[in-house]
Design a binder for this molecule. Structure first.
Ligand code: B12
Ligand code: SF4
Length: 473
């Protein structure tokens, strides 16, 4: 394994593993999307390509051949020639990533693993890899490749979370085997990191707690260079620095684009910002409401951005400006009672949030929540396949309800709010009629409903196991 790679042109294969991906609008197998996809020319499509691998491809030296294989779109040929395989891993894909890594290593191909899961659990991941990258990849990747060439690959590389993203090259979209199979490759990250420290969230372990911005001019140029129907900003929070947000939005106005992105509630309290969102082509905004209980907001340390009294005015302001809402909510917090489900349904119906994204609380490794539940002995298992916040599977023991009650309550919410008739009703009332956002919203709601049902079938045996374990203890 320590051999130097020869003088031939080095070939790297970067892999994004497949597991059922509930948030991807066009994931395999949905009846209506199968009909609509070819009409729209989308092929066998998923929503967006993996930015992590596009960034690694961008910092790969020119003399190295690099190709991105998205397993969600095509199968892996394990007999293909590669000097190195790099795999990007979130917790939900960890076990599949290990299988892929093991297969390549059996064929003497060296494997590097990176992403949020290995950054948090490097010792677990090194069991299946020749090297693990902890933190961001841009700075260490070229060094790692040099070490590989010299035959001195190290087990761990530390990329940190403080790189200045304005120094990064643009994502290398040409490394994608099938760019036209995605809904859009116009994915843009204008900033990195989030300074909030919400206890359930593991974003800090992924891109750090320091908010770092790119130059607005550079972001604008990147958008201009990529065609596509809609720009998808992948930033954790586009609203953290209002001066930066407003400068960016003003620069987008002349471009006449449609875009979607995430903002926090407190940023959206500013009417000027909301007007700029509308003028610059913001059609749907993703908001982390998380809960409508003040006790929960305090429990999860989200008071800094989430003032419950502002939820309704902010929603109204967005709707008045023709902007639709992806509203994120979580059920199963320690302060949640059995009433949480119906309360949430009522709130969503009253406020007409078009795309409610209600999930069961998921203790992702890297979050404060994970460490707390582990310490309290409340994790039911660590089978990463079920660490998926859009699945109906509960992986911990909730405080005021049983895991089964949490699953049933969650299903009740999904079956009430993510059905097409409820979606249409909310859009009509909110009067947010932008064609693209209505189209995306329709698929989002349908997909969420379908994904939960198929997830339930797949996970029912695991659920039974987890629930009986919970009942025993
Ligand atoms: C945008 C986004 C999405 C988008 C797009 C995902 C995509 N196709 O790329 C959508 C909405 C589709 C999505 C889906 C999901 N997401 Co998401 N997503 C994000 C978000 C906001 C940004 C990800 C991103 O593009 N970052 C930009 C790139 C450049 O950073 P990066 O991915 O971390 O990669 C860097 C390093 O990690 C490292 N690296 C990464 N991979 C590799 C590989 C190698 C070989 C090397 C050397 C280095 C390396 O180098 C990269 C460059 O610096 C993050 C939050 C965050 N702050 O990270 C959540 C986040 C990654 N998502 C999360 C989750 C849970 C999911 C879903 C599982 C949700 C679901 N239940 O379906 C799915 C899984 C999708 C998948 N298969 O990965 C969690 C993961 C938590 C965890 N521990 O697993 C995060 C952290 C948010 C959270 N709630 O905490 N997601
Ligand atoms: S939930 Fe949102 S605001 Fe809270 S830490 Fe995560 S990214 Fe930041």
């Amino acid at each position: 394994m320590g051999d130097a790679v020869g003088l031939m042109r080095m070939k790297i294969l970067l892999i994004f593993p497949d597991v059922q991906d509930n948030l991807d609008l066009f994931s395999k197998g949905s009846g209506i999307t199968n009909v609509v996809r070819p009409i729209l020319g989308l092929g066998k499509s998923n929503m967006v390509p993996p930015l992590s691998l596009l960034m690694l491809a961008a910092v790969t030296p020119e003399d190295v051949e690099v190709q991105i294989l998205d397993e969600r779109l095509e199968s892996i040929r394990f007999d293909q020639k590669a000097d190195l395989v790099g795999i990007s891993v979130v917790t939900k894909t960890a076990l599949r990533a290990f299988e892929i890594a093991d297969q390549f290593r059996q064929r003497s191909v060296r494997v590097v693993i990176g992403g949020i899961h290995p950054s948090v659990l490097p010792k677990e991941c090194i069991q299946h890899a020749d090297a693990v990258v902890i933190g961001e990849g841009e700075k260490v990747w070229p060094k790692l490749l040099e070490d590989l060439k010299a035959g001195s690959l190290k087990p761990f590389y530390y990329g940190g979370h403080t790189n200045d993203p304005s120094g990064h090259p643009w994502p290398k979209r040409s490394a994608l085997a099938h760019p036209d199979w995605y809904l859009t490759t116009r994915i843009i990250m204008a900033s990195r990191g989030c300074e909030n420290q919400c206890t359930f969230c593991s974003c800090g372990a992924a891109l750090g707690k320091r908010y770092r911005k790119r130059k607005v001019e550079d972001v604008v140029k990147e958008i201009q260079s990529v065609p596509g129907p809609v720009v998808h900003f992948l930033d954790d929070n586009l609203g953290w620095d209002p001066l930066f947000s407003k400068k960016l939005l003003r620069s987008l106005i002349p471009m006449k684009i449609n875009w979607i992105g995430a903002f926090n509630v407190s940023a959206l309290q500013d009417p000027e910002l909301v007007e700029l969102i509308a003028k610059s082509g913001g059609i749907s905004i993703d908001i982390g409401f998380e809960s409508i209980s003040s006790q929960v907001i305090t429990e999860i340390k989200k008071d800094r951005t989430n003032d419950l009294n502002q939820y309704r005015p902010v929603i109204q302001r967005l709707h008045d400006n023709g902007i639709s809402i992806y509203g994120n909510f979580i059920v199963g917090f320690d302060h949640d009672q059995l009433t949480v489900f119906q309360d949430l349904i009522n709130f969503i119906e009253e406020t007409n949030i078009e795309c409610p994204m209600v999930n069961i609380l998921m203790p992702y490794p890297g979050s404060v929540l994970f460490r707390t539940l582990e310490r309290q002995g409340r994790l039911l298992h660590k089978n990463w396949n079920y660490y998926d916040d859009t699945s109906p599977c509960v992986v911990y023991r909730p405080l005021n309800m049983s895991p089964e009650e949490l699953t049933q309550g969650y299903l009740h919410v999904i079956n009430s709010v993510n059905i097409t008739s409820a979606y249409a009703r909310r859009v009509l009332r909110a009067k947010t009629y932008n064609f693209t956002s209505v189209f995306l919203g329709y698929f989002f709601n349908a997909q969420k409903n379908r994904a939960v049902k198929s997830g339930l079938e797949k996970t029912s045996s695991a659920l039974q196991l987890a629930y009986s374990k919970a009942a025993d203890t």
